[in-house]
Design a protein around this ligand. Sequence first.
Ligand code: MTE
Ligand code: MO
Length: 501
Amino acid sequence: EESLPKIRFAEVREHGIGAKSIWVTRGTKVYDITDWIEAHPGGEVILRAAGGSIDPYWKLFTIHQKQDVYDILESYLIGVIDPQDLVNGQLPTDDIDDPFQTDPKRDTRLLVHSNRPCNAETPGPQLSAFITPNPLFYVRNHLWVPQVAEPEEHKLTIELVDGTEKIYTLRDLRAKFPECKIHATLQCSGNRRSHMSATKHATGLQWDVGAIGTAEWSGVLLRDVLADAGVNVNPHPSIDPEEKTGDVVRHAQFIGAETYGASIPISKALASDGDVLLAYSMNGEPLPRDHGYPLRVIVPGTVAARSVKWLSRVVLSPEESPSQWQRRDYKCFGPNVQAAGVNWDRGKSIQEMPVQSAITSLQEISGHVPEYISGRGRIYWLDDDHIALEGYAFSGGGREIVRVDISTDGGRTWQQAELLGESDGSGRDGKGDAARKGSKCWAWKRWKCDIPKMDAAIGGEFVVKATDESYNTQPESYMATWNFRGNLTSAWQRVPYAPTK
Ligand code: MTE
Ligand code: MO
């Protein structure tokens, strides 16, 4: 290192985006990554660090084994930062750009799991309405919140399979296509992970019951936009005998402005009852910045990881999105499989979700303040009185929830909860007429269960499970579907209670 050229940090700054050669620093070392970028075109997160330090970005990425990437980076080493620019042997922190510094302020009622990136869930009592209010809707960010200068000029690029591109501004989308509104529930694949983890630890954010929420989304149908861009939306291109190009489109990939990416099968994107939306508003307001302002995809009935926020690009491709979030994180392996040595390619990407249900509040009819429920083994002391349980139930693929069963004795005997709202399959709950007729059930069902005077002399467990219209239901044990990433926790939720103290 002694012999390496000393480079002033100001010179690194001159090698940002648009420069002939792109430099970055890691620690006090300087790398010229121009050739690396040429070999990895498109969406490279490392470009975010061009002309500065990659350190604040580095820990956010797991796509490669980190040691491999360190090794590659070492081959681009060109020098070290001149000691004149170091304080205590390090770059001063104000020289390091903080991508999170322009993140929005958040409602203090959200239960925060991490700040940078922001991951925060809706508290139980706030999950008790059909519509989750925007400021309380859970936030699941893998990276920072990108900034948008002129929202109406925000560009969406559609890349067709032959490589041609069509560009629409948000203004174009509003002007050219009919507006569509749907009620849809978004649920993170990690919702209730902490419950699974209590049995055997699973890595990831330890969400309780609040990584889920429902909103009325408005926007234009992706199907309409693709048709306008020249895609033969009917019949399905992969079975179209007229298909002339060599590459058959099988996936619609989505790329967010901060480089997050994911994809869905083309059949979902094009289905006339798929309702995949390019949404610009949430509950009648412009999308909040945390939820994708100014434009995001809403893929109803599908794991929320595919509803890409800050949407900037749609790529029609024979392949799934190459992102780590498509090819790695959002997959489930068997309970025997460990993280070490896993062959990610052998797992199927999560799309539609299994049946889910949860208790979100427990109230003594005698007038007690409803208390936030945690599934993590917290014990509730009951008076000898009537109890009301409330919660949600939801299934993937637009399958309507048809029944919710409640047990007060750990699962030996059951009674039926009352499903609230309309049950016409539109996803409505009787408020408003926004849902499209004939569309599937994209929203959760709220439920309530009054439990008559019970024998509070002995302790027990409240249990909830739900059944959807295909008679899919939930597994009894967490171990049966345990997976090391803690995805798709769907076992019966159990909330212990004990007799009055
Ligand atoms: N889109 C972008 N661009 N960046 C992200 O980090 N997170 C995904 C999805 N879309 C994400 C994204 C995941 S994993 C989830 S669960 C949902 O957004 C969360 O949406 P919300 O924050 O609006 O609740
Ligand atoms: Mo997620």
